[in-house]
Every structure is written in structure tokens, then in C-alpha cells.
Design a binder for this molecule. Structure first.
Ligand code: KG4
Ligand code: ZN
Length: 338
């Protein structure tokens, strides 16, 4: 079965063809990030207009790469939530038009659930991927620019939310701290690069305790970074940080965020008696995070599945893949007329 996946929830216009829910035949992502960079964040109106301009070309490219004809598509899956309203609308209408024209079913997919599903996609050199249905139940952790959420995944139709961020998402915290350090946008990869040779023990940034232990809070740590720098300036009468200071702050901040994610994710596993943890979302592309989670999983005797790098940030393969799974499980309530 050939599934056409469509993703437009933020600044990426993405179209993918996925066979039988696992085999990614094409994965085209066009990002409008360069148009948002100067604002230091995604501007919804610009994003939705650019989706509209780009999506037809992205579809053509995706079909070309997959060598599948449009008429050979059996199902359309599109991200329906959460995301920027205007951007979701473009993808949703485009998906509806294709499904209607081809007279094939259309399924709506939750973006966060799709980020978890991304760990099970087979693509290029990535072959050693288990089928998710053999792993249920497991804990899913989504770490992205807009969300930080823990789920108990009994099946892809039975996903129970366990906790989420009360303020900033962890990717958002990376972006804001990068802004404070004058690094640019998006901040995650820039902080990671800078942190590589930094001393993560130089500053102890802590995250705030949340009332519910499986919730997250990252706004305090961002403010702590800001105050620490302001104090440094006040005391030393300087106006800029040295390169070494910047990289120590980046490394210390990154370490504190990862520590908080590890603490909550493994607590969720213990609470639910789960032996498998699956991580997805843009921040899961962070190599230090991958390394530390993997060390902890070994220590705790847990199995860890992390999305391949190309499927961490927003893409449509994860949407097509999950769409297939839901369709096979009889999700017909979400079809084109509903
Ligand atoms: O999942 P995603 O592409 O979009 C959302 O659904 O939000 O995630 C984007 C987020 C951004 O905040 C970006 O800074 C962060 O993921 N990110 C990273 C890395 N690569 C992307 N954060 C930390 N380290 C990275 N290597
Ligand atoms: Zn995302």
C-alpha cells in the first residue's frame, strides 16, 4: 500500500511516499526557515503563504523520487494537529483535494504521535528497525520546538498522555538561549555545536520541580541563563561574553535540559513498568542527548529507540507511516467527509 504523507504544521512543507507504513520511498522537506530567521522565530503568516507556494512542487519532487505515479497512491495521511492554524489548513486542503480527486481515503494524523512513529521508519541505510506492534506497550517521549511530552503507547490508537511542559518546550528553550547568546535561529543545532568543547560542569543550571512529576518546565532555566549573563556584565562591567564563557554556558544549559528529560522519561518507564522507551522530535537530533539517553538505558536495562536523524525534525514520512498504521487499525472515522 502506497501512502502519501503530508506535513505542514510549522515551517516545513513536506511530502513523502511510504510503502506499507515502514518503507520510505521518498522524503522531501522544504523549509521556509530562511524567511523567518531575521525574526528569531517562525512567523505564522509567512509560513502558511510559503506552504501554499511550495507544496505542489514538493509533491512533484516526492513522486519523482519515489518513482510512484500519483494514481498509484492508495491513502493520503496529513498532519491535522497540533500546529499553526493557517499552515495546517494549507496541508489539510491540499490533502483533501488529492484524496477527493483520486477517490481514495484521507486520514488525519497527530503530529506528536507521528514524531514517536518516526523511530520505526526504514530508509536508506537504516534497516535494523523493529515493527512497533511487537513493542507495545512503551513510553514515547516527544522533544520538539513546540512540545515536550511523555506518552504511554499501548497501541497507536491508544496513546495516553502522561505529562508535558507547563511553559516552554525544550526546543524552544534551546532557541531562546541561542538568542540570548546571539547565536542565531534555530538554536538547537547551534547550541549543540558550541557546547561540544564547553565545560558542562561550569555552571549548575537546575530545572524547576513540577507539581506533577511527569510534567516539564524549561522557562526557568532560560531565565537563569539570562540573569547569570546580566549579573556577569553588572559585576565585571563588560558588554560581551568571551567564546569560552559562551561555550561553557551552552554546555551547562544543554546538560541541564537533558538531565531533566532523562529523569522524567525514565521515571515514566518505572511508573508504567515499561521496558522500552522511544524518542522523537527535533531535539532528539542532539547527539549529546542521544548519547546520555543511551548510557542511561544501558544502566537501567531498558531498550531505547531513537528516530534516525533525518526523521527527528519535521517530515512527512512519519505522517505517512502512522497514517498506514491507523488505517490498518480501522481508523475510518477521520476520512475525508468527517
Ligand atoms: O520537531 P521539530 O522539527 O519541530 C516542531 O515540531 O517543533 O523541532 C524543531 C526544534 C527546534 O526548536 C530546534 O532548535 C530543535 O528542534 N533542534 C535541536 C537540534 N536540532 C533541532 N535541539 C537541540 N539539538 C539539536 N541538534
Ligand atoms: Zn515537529
Amino acid at each position: 500500500m502506497n501512502v502519501l504523507g503530508i506535513e505542514t504544521s510549522c515551517d516545513e512543507t513536506a511530502v513523502s511516499i511510504v510503502r506499507d507504513g515502514r518503507f520510505v520511498l521518498s522524503n522531501i522537506v522544504s523549509s521556509s526557515i530562511k524567511f523567518h530567521k531575521k525574526y528569531g522565530g517562525v512567523i505564522p503568516e509567512i509560513a502558511s503563504r510559503l506552504h501554499l507556494e511550495t507544496i505542489g512542487y514538493v509533491l512533484d519532487e516526492s513522486l519523482k523520487e519515489s518513482k510512484v505515479n500519483l494514481e498509484d497512491i492508495d491513502l493520503v495521511a496529513v498532519t491535522s494537529q497540533p500546529g499553526l492554524k493557517g499552515s495546517l489548513l494549507v496541508g489539510g486542503c491540499f490533502a483533501k483535494a488529492i484524496a477527493f480527486a483520486l477517490n481514495i481515503p484521507l486520514l488525519k494524523v497527530d503530529h506528536l504521535h507521528a514524531h514517536i512513529y518516526a523511530a520505526f521508519l526504514v530508509f536508506g541505510a537504516i534497516k535494523e528497525v523493529p515493527k512497533p506492534e511487537r513493542l507495545f506497550p512503551f513510553i514515547g517521549l516527544v522533544v520538539s520546538g513546540g512540545h515536550t511530552s511523555l506518552f504511554y503507547v499501548k497501541d497507536f490508537t491508544k496513546i495516553e498522555p502522561l505529562g508535558s511542559t507547563l511553559d516552554d518546550a525544550c526546543g524552544e528553550a534551546f532557541d531562546k538561549v541561542a538568542k540570548i547568546l546571539n547565536l542565531g535561529y534555530p538554536g538547537g543545532p547551534l547550541i549543540e555545536k558550541l557546547a561540544k568543547r564547553g565545560n558542562s560542569q561550569k555552571v549548575r543550571f537546575g530545572t524547576i520541580r513540577t507539581q506533577r512529576p511527569l510534567d516539564f518546565s524549561f522557562s526557568g532555566i532560560k531565565t537563569a541563563v539570562l540573569y547569570m549573563i546580566e549579573n556577569k556584565f553588572k559585576i565585571k562591567g563588560r558588554k560581551a561574553l568571551s567564546f569560552n564563557e559562551k561555550r561553557d554556558i551552552a554546555a551547562s544549559f544543554q546538560e541541564a535540559v537533558i538531565e531533566s528529560l532523562i529523569e522524567k522519561a525514565f521515571l515514566a518507564c518505572r511508573k508504567k513498568g515499561a521496558h522500552i522507551l522511544v524518542i522523537g522530535g527535533g531535539v532528539a537530533a542532539n547527539n549529546r542527548l542521544r548519547e546520555k539517553f543511551s548510557q542511561k538505558a544501558n544502566l537501567e536495562n531498558l531498550t531505547l529507540y531513537t528516530s534516525a536523524l533525518e526523521f527527528c525534525t519535521d517530515n512527512a514520512a512519519m505522517v505517512g507511516g502512522l497514517g498506514y498504521m491507523l488505517f490498518k487499525r480501522g481508523r475510518i472515522k477521520n476520512l475525508v467527509n468527517n
